[in-house]
Design a protein around this ligand. Structure first.
Ligand code: 13P
Ligand code: SF4
Length: 301
């Protein structure tokens, strides 16, 4: 605590002075998640809570696509990301041109785009989804076939749960693709009775070995509801650290796959963002309008 106290105190004071809020993703480190964030959650919660704030400034403690989504939903507010290099391997896996080519290859098939994409890719899409609502969005469209971009594993995991045919892209999350079925079996052998929760960005063979699969918020809800004696969350490392604080009686097994993009955000650069107003997220209005429609359609559905 003493190591962080200066930055935490400064951030809390700056938030009051500037009428700012901090939205933090579940993968942020515990000192951000527990000490300075106003809203914490999965991508869906951050997108929907971003609409509700009356602050003048939103600091997004997460990755760039999350800050863009907050900006899309709050065009008149200042949205800051403490490090512009906080990207995402899924967002980097697809371009707007790729989406146009997919549309041309499958005329009339709706394009459902994961929020882990740039605003320019969202702008080419019909509707967005998150890992927390992907199945619902796909089914609510009421069509026999959809294109789901860009996460191949999320698309295949949702395809296993629904009758809707899903055409996938080839993007992967560099954190979740590293989990393997052999690792899950080893975890069960080493930690008898462990309950295995997997994020749907994991390969389908890993999800098949798990006891439950869901977004980061759904994993957290699972632990709160079931209070397993021992659990492992197959997702980014900080998630277990954050959830474990709320459940001191649960034994968390913690293999650590770290997201280097999420870890670019620190207390020091959050403080700097509030002090200097850097880095402001802006989106070309010609891109923002269609991208916003895709995100808003998701929230409506
Ligand atoms: P969630 O929406 O489940 O929080 O996932 C976001 C993400 O980036 C997972 O890698
Ligand atoms: Fe992107 Fe994966 Fe990092 Fe999430 S964990 S931000 S999907 S690279």
């Amino acid at each position: 605590w003493p190591v962080f106290a200066d930055d935490v105190d400064a951030i809390l004071a700056l938030k009051r002075e500037r009428n700012a809020v901090i939205l933090a993703h579940n993968y942020q480190t515990p000192e951000i998640f527990h000490c300075v964030a106003d809203v914490v959650g999965d991508s869906l919660a951050l997108a929907s809570k971003a609409v509700a704030t009356d602050a003048d400034i939103i600091v997004l403690a997460g990755v760039h696509f999350m800050a863009e989504t907050a900006k899309l939903l709050n065009p008149d507010k200042t949205v800051l990301i403490p490090d512009l290099g906080a990207g995402c391997s899924l967002a980097d896996s697809i371009t707007p041109e790729d989406v146009r080519l997919m549309r041309a290859s499958y005329p009339g098939v709706p394009i459902v785009t994961y929020v882990n994409t740039s605003a320019a890719v969202k702008a080419e899409s019909d509707v967005c989804c998150t890992s927390g609502n992907a199945r619902r969005i796909v089914e609510k469209l009421g069509v026999p076939r959809v294109i789901m971009l860009p996460d191949e594993y999320l698309a295949r995991n949702i395809a296993a749960e629904t009758d809707v045919e899903i055409i996938a892209w080839k993007g992967h999350c560099e954190v979740h693709e590293r989990f393997s079925p052999a690792e899950v079996r080893q975890l069960r052998e080493d930690h008898p009775g462990v309950v295995v929760l997997a994020h749907p960005e994991c390969p389908p063979e890993v999800v098949a070995e798990a006891d439950f699969s869901g977004s980061t918020a759904l994993m957290s809800d699972y632990v709160a509801e079931h209070r397993p004696a021992r659990v492992v969350l197959l997702t980014e490392c900080s998630m277990s650290d954050n959830v474990a604080v709320q459940h001191p009686t649960v034994d968390f097994v913690r293999p650590c796959n770290l997201c280097p993009h999420m870890k670019r955000i620190t207390l020091a650069n959050i403080r700097k963002a509030l002090e200097t107003g850097q880095h402001e997220v802006t989106i070309d209005p010609a891109v923002a309008a269609p991208a916003r429609r895709a995100v808003e359609r998701m929230l409506e559905l």
